[in-house]
Design a protein around this ligand. Structure first.
Ligand SMILES: Nc1nc2c(c(=O)[nH]1)N[C@H]1C(S)=C(S)[C@@H](COP(=O)(O)O)O[C@H]1N2
Ligand SMILES: [Mo]
Length: 448
């Protein structure tokens, strides 16, 4: 795998404490008092507002930087705001060599650099089976109909204007591709959390419950057992959704993502949101909903997204994403600059509801401590956890283990493989381990 230098993320205690390469070299050469000095300088800057450390020369001399002594930029210099130029390393990335065509590929979310639970829309992972298009919303249509006449009284074709008139709801949910962490089934395959867990994002979605549209078409709830969702891209993406999920009001026909319209890569102008269910069912560029009474066994559910079990049989229609968690920092490819205090931070989620608890181990699963769960804790949504850690400079193995409100406990690799074998691609929710060695380097390892 080609190396991405920007993946060597440092541990970033706070945004104002970013270290230059020279600073890191100083620490590595053993000038270990560097961090302490930097902190003293930082607190001096806080004590005397407006003063900051000189960029060059004697670090103890404080001078006024140009941003204090000059006029800043005009408002609306960027009519649509952009991240700081110093944040360029934080990007969605494709795993080199994973697929032959960039249209039929994945770009992973840089989980190692994110805070809280919401994924900025520009960093939401992307998975396309046939590329993406920026669809003209005035030409987009959603058809709702039945397999035969009995299922809905009045089949309808909706324009975007029709859908935007209906009463909306907004809900925060994670979306995880069923293939997330799939490369790790057999052994360690990728260096960073971006590639091991980055087919995972979380947004506030706004849209209309699918139940409302079905009722508008006069659905017969007694006959309806399943719906089929179809996308408008060339992949003929079609998935069967059980009607109970629709009746529970959780399935949304969504147009909004984090307060604005969906991004084209994520299904603009319309996508299905199926909370707790694997990403493939969240059909993008949604153009058709069919109501029927049996699963359709489409290519995306009969031969793809199936699990090869140890007895040689295939499991189909696995849809719920089981409880899972991962430490996002410190994580693979990062470097601990010195002994001492670190905040271990990570994400936990469950397709079955809320996260109840997350335990963290720093010794490869021998001892566990409960992490602090940060609010809000929402159903089928990412949950942030944090825990204090004083690194003594010795080798360590960091792990997190989540428990959801059903009492389900995230399994170790040994436990998962005892049931599922090693031949799967999808639905790997095993405990992730990050090994820390004396030099401070963090890497991906597997602990059974
Ligand atoms: N129409 C359509 N919908 C689709 C796909 C697709 O290729 N075409 N990919 C699916 C898969 S496999 C996943 S994991 C999610 C990814 O959503 P995202 O690209 O918004 O992250 O969309 C799903 N919906
Ligand atoms: Mo997926």
């Amino acid at each position: 795998m080609a190396e991405h230098p920007t993946h060597r993320g440092r541990i970033r205690p706070a945004p104002e404490n970013f270290l230059s390469e020279a600073d890191i070299a100083a620490v590595k050469e053993g000038r270990r008092d560097f961090l302490r000095k930097a902190l003293i300088t930082a607190s001096a800057a806080v004590a005397a507002p407006g003063l900051a450390r000189a960029a060059e020369g004697d670090p103890n001399i404080l001078t006024l930087p140009p941003w204090t002594t000059s006029l800043g930029q005009a408002v609306a210099a960027h009519p649509y705001g952009l991240p700081s130029q110093y944040e360029k390393g934080l990007q969605r990335r494709e795993s080199p060599g994973l697929t032959r065509m960039p249209q039929v590929s994945v770009a992973f979310t840089p989980l190692q650099g994110l805070f809280g639970i919401i994924t900025p829309s520009g960093l939401h992972f992307e998975r396309h089976h046939q590329g993406w298009s920026d669809i003209d919303p005035s030409r987009h249509r959603l058809m709702v109909h039945g397999t035969d006449e009995g299922f809905v009284k009045q089949p309808k074709v909706y324009t975007m204007d029709d859908i935007l008139r209906l009463p909306p709801v907004s809900r925060m949910h994670f979306i995880e591709c069923g293939a997330n962490t799939g490369m790790e089934w057999g052994n360690v395959a990728v260096p960073t959390v971006q590639y091991s867990h980055g087919m995972l994002s979380c947004s506030e979605f706004t849209g209309v419950p699918l139940r409302l549209l079905l009722e508008d078409c006069g659905v017969d709830w007694k006959k309806a057992k399943y719906v089929l969702a179809e996308g408008a891209d060339g992949s003929s993406m079609t998935r069967t959704i059980p009607i109970e999920l629709v009746q529970s009001d959780e399935v949304l026909v969504a147009y909004g993502q984090n307060g604005e319209m969906l991004r084209p890569e994520n299904g603009y102008p319309l996508r299905l949101v199926v909370p707790g269910v694997q990403g493939v069912s969240w059909v993008k560029w949604l153009r058709r909903i069919e109501v029927g009474d049996q699963p359709w066994a489409t290519k995306d559910e009969a031969i793809h997204y199936i699990d090869l079990m140890p007895d040689g049989r295939h499991r189909q229609y696995t849809s719920t994403q089981e409880c899972k968690s991962v430490i996002t920092t410190p994580s693979g490819g990062q470097l601990l600059l010195d002994k001492g205090f670190y905040n271990i931070s990570g994400l936990a989620w469950s397709g079955r509801g809320k996260i109840k608890r997350v335990d963290v181990s720093t010794d490869g699963g021998v001892n566990w401590r409960p992490a602090r769960i940060e609010g809000p804790v929402l159903s089928k949504c990412l949950t942030r956890f944090n825990i204090d850690w004083a690194w003594d400079g010795k080798p360590a193995v960091l792990q997190s283990r989540a428990v959801d409100e059903t009492g389900y406990v995230q399994p170790a690799y040994g436990q998962l493989r005892a049931v599922r074998g090693t031949k799967s691609i999808y639905h790997n929710n095993a405990i992730q381990s990050w090994k820390v060695v004396e030099s401070g380097e963090v890497s991906n390892v597997q602990v059974l």
